[in-house]
Write a protein that binds this ligand. Sequence first.
Ligand code: 5GP
Ligand code: ZN
Length: 146
Amino acid sequence: MVEGRSLDEAAVALKRAHYAEETTGRFRKGGKVENCIFCRIVAGEVPSEILYQDDEVIAFRDINPQAPVHLLVVSRKHITSALQAEARDGKLLASVFEAVASLAEREDIASSGVRVVTNAGRAAGQEVPHLHFHVLGGRMMSWPPG
Ligand code: 5GP
Ligand code: ZN
């Protein structure tokens, strides 16, 4: 239970919210969502040091790093979370892991090990409702995650 709601109910609510976003016009031309920080970074409205980019994703450092290396691989397209990814997003998801491998090599964490995490929904701790993958490395990680 998450504050009185089951995880299934929370997931359904998230999906509804996503469809509401699509139908109430919060999606701007080009797929950007008003007030979405990651849409604004993708659009260049918020300056960031972009470490990797291709047609589908961009990557930059997390503002609040949880490891010596903590990067975010972010979809250019606004998708609320991995729970909303669809078959047509296959190329995007392949790009995510190409970006991860490339960045891990460049940041010199490929040989020691990398944790790739995506949080989907409130119980998982998702703060920014725009699909992104955390890439963490440079220290020993514990399991299970908190
Ligand atoms: P989530 O909790 O949604 O999985 O992760 C969101 C992440 O985005 C957090 O680790 C947070 O530190 C990071 N973040 C939030 N706002 C910004 C920002 O404006 N710039 C950067 N570089 N990272 C951000
Ligand atoms: Zn967005």
